[in-house]
Design a protein. Structure first.
Ligand code: S3P
Length: 178
């Protein structure tokens, strides 16, 4: 890995945004979300992009966002749930920094994601469809450097583990850590 970013991957509702923002604060780093990069460049919301241009266009915009991530150094980056799930993307992300998968219980994720709304990938999909979607995505998420189990854990506990994972990585290269 050449980059020094911390990159969070995982399914919708895994807590990438909430935990990423707190992690960035703890590490005194900037926090970036790929969804926000897309919304800022397109000037409209994610549900609107899906509705007006379809998922294929959204995935193209994600590919552009990945290219733009090459300019980031030292940031904490939360990715959209589907962003890493194409061939070669996890390898690119791994080159940009420490990639961490927030793994957990699908029902917990779905409850959280549905509570906050605005997830076009949930619209019209049954639980069975979403189980299949997660299964298809897991091999990609599984290429992360580190996996953190989030089930039944508080946000504080998860952020604590994230901080520890980042410090362990730096301890590997520079004795004394951060
Ligand atoms: C998506 C997840 C969303 C967002 C878009 C598509 C997906 O991000 O990128 O709605 O395909 O899983 P979150 O993972 O932050 O919900």
């Amino acid at each position: 890995m050449s980059g020094r970013n911390v990159i969070l991957v995982g399914f919708m509702g895994a807590g990438k945004s909430v935990c990423g923002r707190l992690l960035a604060r703890r590490l005194d780093r900037c926090f970036v979300e790929t969804d926000d990069m897309i919304v800022a460049s397109e000037g409209c919301s994610i549900p609107e992009i899906f509705k007006r241009f379809g998922e294929t266009r959204f995935r193209q915009l994600e590919a552009e966002a990945i290219e733009a991530l090459a300019l980031k150094a030292d940031d904490v980056i939360a990715t959209g749930g589907g962003l890493p799930c194409r061939d070669g993307v996890m390898e690119t992300l791994r080159g940009l920094g420490l990639v961490i998968w927030l793994r957990g219980d699908l029902q917990e994720f779905l409850a959280r994601a549905r509570r906050h709304g605005a997830r076009p990938m949930l619209d019209g999909r049954s639980d069975e469809d979403l189980i299949a979607l997660l299964k298809a995505r897991e091999p990609y998420y599984g290429k992360a450097h580190v996996t953190i189990e989030t089930s039944g854990r508080s946000v504080d506990q998860i952020v604590g583990e994230l901080v520890a994972a980042v410090r362990a990585q730096h301890a590997d290269v520079s004795p004394g850590g951060l």
